[in-house]
Design a protein around this ligand. Structure first.
Ligand SMILES: Cc1cc2nc3c(=O)[nH]c(=O)nc-3n(C[C@H](O)[C@H](O)[C@H](O)COP(=O)(O)OP(=O)(O)OC[C@H]3O[C@@H](n4cnc5c(N)ncnc54)[C@H](O)[C@@H]3O)c2cc1C
Ligand code: SF4
Length: 254
């Protein structure tokens, strides 16, 4: 069947990072509207299918399912060792401006594909446990609260962790993780923190109140700078504005 159409910007495959390629139909000669509409839908379908076709046609040493904290780190380390690695992610890719302003924006916040919701927050009910987890390129990092805790001594003193000198063994890895995640001290005490402190005091645990380190860039508030963490190889960052939106996705790029 002849079709007078011309497609530009046909990508090899959707890259995991960076801007998303898009198909653009630059001209469709004299086709009725419903055909143009179907063609556009077919092209969208091809766009989704293309990385999978490529996955099937090229050999990879490792295929990692999920691009969250675990998957992305595994992919990076394997690629650094020279392996060919593919990462498959079910959710979409987000730029800071794509995140919802509030979690009432269910379409962008919740992940419930059966209801047509493709946001960042998934919820899975299993027999004995209800799991909140993130979805999208970056997994839980899109929606998490950014707290980066190194377990205190009492965790390693627990019988479950006895026998392997785990504190010493894990110390260098916590150091790497903190560097990779840009752990920084949070120094602002908000009214919500004050409430938490009061509650802790009420139950006799006031001495445990402290500020956590967080994976947030605290530069000049609202000022965007070239990647401050990895010598410019990562994305630009904007100084945290303390907007409090971390758990709907940081729209500032902090
Ligand atoms: C609201 C919230 C706040 C949190 N706050 C903190 C915090 O402050 N500090 C902290 O340390 N932790 C926090 N966490 C927990 C943290 O986000 C998780 O521990 C972490 O994301 C787990 O990493 P992961 O790689 O195991 O899985 P995830 O980060 O969940 O990544 C799994 C990825 O796999 C993808 N996937 C799953 N199935 C498939 C499939 N079949 N095909 C393709 N892709 C698939 C998912 O879409 C997802 O992107 C928080 C979590 C939530 C939900
Ligand atoms: S700018 Fe807002 S959403 Fe981003 S890290 Fe700071 S408080 Fe969280």
């Amino acid at each position: 069947m002849w079709m007078g159409c011309c497609i530009t910007n046909l990508p090899d495959a959707a890259p995991l990072f960076g801007p998303q390629p898009e198909f653009k139909v630059t001209s469709i000669l004299s086709l009725p509207g419903f055909i143009k509409k179907d063609l556009s839908a077919a092209l969208q379908f091809l766009r989704i299918l293309q990385p999978y076709l490529r996955l099937m046609s090229e050999p990879y040493d490792y295929i990692i399912i999920g691009s969250g904290f675990g998957g992305s780190v595994a992919a990076l380390r394997l690629a650094e060792k020279g392996y060919r690695v593919a990462v498959i992610e079910q959710g979409r890719r987000y730029r800071p401006r794509d995140f919802p302003r509030t979690n009432f924006n269910l379409r962008k916040f919740l992940w419930m594909p059966r209801l047509g919701l493709y946001g960042i927050q998934a919820m899975t009910l299993l027999k004995d446990v209800f799991i909140f987890h993130g979805t999208g390129v970056g997994g839980g990092s899109l929606v998490y609260a950014g707290n980066l805790l190194v377990p205190p001594d009492e965790v390693f003193e627990d019988p479950a962790w006895q026998g392997g000198n785990w504190k010493a063994k894990l110390a260098p890895h916590f150091k790497t993780a903190r560097r990779m995640l840009g752990a920084a001290p949070h120094e602002v005490i908000t009214p919500a923190d004050e409430l938490l402190r009061e509650c802790a005091a009420d139950i006799g645990k006031g001495d445990t109140f402290h500020l956590n380190d967080v994976g947030i860039y605290f530069g000049e508030e609202g000022e965007t700078v070239p990647d401050p963490f990895f010598d410019g190889q990562g994305p630009d960052r904007t100084g945290c504005t303390l907007c409090g939106g971390c758990m709907v996705g940081c729209r500032e790029g902090a």
